[in-house]
Design a protein around this ligand. Structure first.
Ligand code: NAD
Ligand code: TYD
Length: 340
């Protein structure tokens, strides 16, 4: 198969590229990525050595760029990871999120329609469902849960999902969607909670926990998410949404304490800071549909995944130290400045 992976220089996209190249010697992978602050060619260094891999720098919302790419390639499947992905950034700059996440998705789908591409897969998020209350542990997000986005980020992802489903209904466009819970693992940009806490703890800097740390996320190891995406992109039914999650709910405080324990650092590093505006309380996924229909189950238990992740950050210091010393330093100072 000839795959187009957009956003393949980011966290989940790069893990997906490595999976395809390692498991399918007959497959070819093209990455289209704008290399925003969140994407890096350093992440793709091993893939760049592979003759079955091609990297194209470009913006998914730029119609000329996308059409030129499709004119020179014949893709069997397009998997769209490219997005602005950080909730906190969407609160300060919503416009960029609409452009990339909504218009970018439309431009890609138009190119696929024109080329007759057989499969488009949209990588979405459980955040499109809004949040669940802490006192109703029986409630989980199913594919039937109404969309109820809280942040400009999740609203942009929900908008893109609606557009994908509208293209399916109107044009018979062969698209699938996965909505996954929070991922963690290698190559995760250190502005997101788990890698942020790891790199700050290693430097003995305060760990900024929003509010009281009671918010609950449903954590999934990135490789399990990539397995689900591949399965749905190959075998999922067009026009269908599949929720992806591993029944692994933790409060933020529990996660931060686990990271500190793994690193042998004291809990006194925890610092409770001002809450995120509109902060979703709890996410929890019901993955019954993907399990029953496609046989997907997660393989990595949280304790094992966290151990592997912490080890990965210890072994890849140069990767994240370069990020911390570059453009990201300005964001870090603005976001957490004055708090260590
Ligand atoms: P990321 O921020 O690490 O990577 C995004 C990548 O997209 C980067 O390489 C960036 O350069 C690229 N990009 C951004 N704008 C672009 C544009 N206009 N054109 C081309 N490339 C562009 O994000 P991630 O965490 O890997 O998330 C990937 C996808 O998965 C997103 O769509 C996100 O909504 C979704 N998702 C993420 C999580 C999670 O926990 N991280 C969970 C569920 C779903
Ligand atoms: P994040 O990794 O940004 O993912 P999302 O908001 O998409 O779930 O945040 C995960 C949780 O951690 C979320 O409840 C917000 C919280 N958080 C902190 O407490 N401190 C931080 O510095 C960050 C970045 C997040």
């Amino acid at each position: 198969m000839n795959w187009l992976v957009t956003g393949g220089a980011g966290f989940i996209g790069s893990n997906f590229v490595f999976r395809l190249l390692a498991r399918h010697p007959e497959d070819r992978v093209v990455v289209l990525d704008a290399l925003t602050y969140a994407g890096s060619l350093e992440t793709l260094a091993s893939a760049l050595q592979d003759p079955r891999f091609r990297f194209v720098k470009g913006d998914i919302a730029d119609r000329d760029t996308v059409e030129a790419l499709f004119a020179g390639e014949d893709f069997d499947a397009v998997v769209n990871f490219a997005a602005e992905s950080h909730v906190d950034r969407s609160i300060s700059d919503p416009g960029l999120f609409l452009r990339t996440n909504v218009i970018g998705t439309q431009v890609l789908m138009d190119a696929c329609r024109a080329a007759g591409t057989k499969r488009f897969h949209q990588v979405s998020t459980d955040e499109v469902y809004g949040d669940l209350p802490l006192d109703r542990p029986d409630l989980l997000f199913t594919e039937e849960t109404p969309l109820h986005a809280s942040s400009p980020y999740s609203a942009s992802k929900a908008s893109a999902d609606l557009l994908v489903l509208a293209y399916h209904r109107t044009y018979g466009f062969p698209a699938t969607i996965t909505r996954c819970s929070n991922n963690y693992g290698p190559w995760h940009f250190p502005e997101k909670m788990i890698p942020l806490m790891i790199v700050r703890a290693l430097a003995d800097r305060p760990l900024p926990v929003y509010g009281r740390g009671e918010n609950v996320r449903d954590w999934l190891y990135v490789e399990d998410h990539c397995a689900a995406i591949e399965l749905v992109a190959r075998k999922g039914r067009p026009g269908e949404v599949y929720n992806v999650g591993g029944h692994n709910e933790r409060t933020n405080l529990q996660v931060v304490k686990t990271v500190l324990q793994e690193l042998g650092k004291p809990e006194s590093l925890i610092s409770f800071v001002k809450d995120r505006p509109g902060h979703d309380m709890r996410y929890a996924i019901d993955p019954a549909k993907i399990s029953a229909e496609l046989g997907w189950t997660p393989e990595t238990a949280f304790d094992d995944g966290i151990r592997r992740t912490v080890r990965w950050y210890l072994e890849h210091r140069t990767w994240w130290e370069r990020i911390l010393s570059g453009e990201y330093a300005k964001y870090d100072a603005k976001m957490y400045g004055g708090r260590g």
